[in-house]
Design a protein around this ligand. Structure first.
Ligand code: 13P
Ligand code: 13P
Ligand code: MG
Ligand code: MG
Ligand code: MG
Length: 378
């Protein structure tokens, strides 16, 4: 039978702002999952957090989108929320957009990344979890891990990886997906995934169909139609023996690239790889951070974790990220530190424009502005 690894996450409130999940909420969620394990719904679990986001890492034999597994996750988040409310935690229940569960947590607020596969004799995986950013923050690292031979030596020298990978890219605005094969369609892939506000890599498969990686793709603001927090993402990557080596997956995070999120979900900032001890948000509610945990899965059992970025080898990346944070912050409310108006999660712009409506007067630009700025983007 196939094993499924499900990582389901939500922000159900945190201490002192959007800063850090409270240990009692993790405990409450763990208790629910322990009960689910006893009942045989899941085989094993591990509960962790980065910043204000709690991740339920679960293994089972029920496949993806299983109603029982999703219901278990939903009740774990509900229990954690009630603890958050008792403690008066900030934004308690933030990501739970509905009161009623109907068979699947997708579209209700939590982020979901699930992979079903035949376990290899040794099944190493890495789980990456980020706060103060969005799912497309993983576009660049995934490209590097599975398509860039300067990052991943295996693409060149491992016969099982040499033929490349297939990326499934979602168009989050129109609800469409396209499969792009690398290396053949590398430039087409980059043309899409460079537009991080719209296109997000959902899956990566090996050419023989083996699933290699999955990302949670929910965008809360697109679900709820208004700002209710960023959609801090999670990602699963299978490792070794025909997949990237652990070190090839981690290497993709050695460059602290700029991602959207950070303060009020409205700023670009560097993605800083951190260990559990630094898995909290401070400076300007960030900087955006990514946590990596390594596991082996054996007959559904989760062996581990190991705290992948808690290491001197990443000190220099963190220092560089801190320096970039300084540089970006000095722009204050100016783009491109602040996101463009279409992407900001908070905005006063419509109100400001309304108030100034009567005060804008015609001005001769010397040409007739027949093209609207938005039309140029089409
Ligand atoms: P070992 O020889 O230590 O197993 O390493 C193999 C490898 O692929 C390292 O990336
Ligand atoms: P979260 O999405 O992590 O809750 O962040 C919200 C925010 O506004 C941080 O400044
Ligand atoms: Mg929050
Ligand atoms: Mg968060
Ligand atoms: Mg969030």
């Amino acid at each position: 039978t196939k094993t499924t690894l499900s990582v389901i996450k939500a922000d159900i409130g945190s201490i002192a702002g959007h800063h850090k999940a409270h240990p009692d909420t993790l405990l409450a969620a763990s208790r629910v999952l322990a009960e689910g394990k006893k009942k045989g719904i899941i085989a094993d679990f591990y509960v962790t957090a980065i910043g204000d986001d709690i991740q339920l890492i679960m293994t089972h034999f029920r496949g993806v989108n299983d109603p029982q597994v999703h219901e278990l996750a939903w009740s774990a988040f509900k229990e954690a929320t009630s603890v958050a409310k008792d403690l008066g935690l900030y934004a308690a229940g933030q990501d739970l957009l509905s009161d009623t569960f109907s068979g699947n947590v997708r579209g209700l607020g939590p982020g979901v990344a699930e992979l079903e596969f035949n376990e290899r004799p040794s099944e190493p995986v890495a789980i990456f979890m980020a706060d103060k950013t969005e799912p497309s923050a993983f576009n660049l690292p995934l490209y590097k891990i599975f398509a860039d031979p300067f990052n991943t030596a295996g693409l060149v020298i491992d016969p099982k990886m040499h033929s490349g990978f297939v990326f499934t890219v979602l168009d989050l605005y129109e609800g469409k997906a396209v499969d792009l094969s690398t290396p053949e369609e590398l430039y087409d892939l980059l043309a899409l995934i460079g537009t991080t506000s719209r296109y997000v890599i959902k899956y990566v498969h090996r050419k023989d169909g083996e699933p290699a990686a999955v990302v949670s793709s929910e965008r809360l603001n697109l679900i709820a139609g208004k700002y209710i927090g960023k959609d801090d993402p999670v990602m699963i990557v299978r490792l070794q023996s025909g997949f990237p080596a652990l070190g090839e997956a981690l290497e993709a995070f050695s460059f602290p690239h700029l991602v959207a999120g950070w303060m009020r979900g409205s700023h670009f900032g560097p993605l800083m790889p951190v260990g559990l001890k630094d898995a909290k948000m401070t400076r300007f509610d960030g900087p955006p951070r990514v946590l990596g945990l390594g596991f082996n899965i054996k007959a559904g059992r989760l062996v581990g974790p190991t705290d992948l970025f808690d290491d001197v080898a990443f000190d220099e990346v963190r220092r560089q990220a801190a320096e970039i944070a300084d540089y970006m912050r000095r722009h204050g409310p100016f783009m491109p530190h602040r996101l463009g108006p279409e992407e900001m999660e908070y905005t006063t712009l419509p109100d400001v424009l309304k108030r100034l409506e009567g005060r804008f007067r015609p001005f001769d630009l010397g040409y007739r502005p027949i093209v609207k700025h938005e039309d140029l983007l089409e």
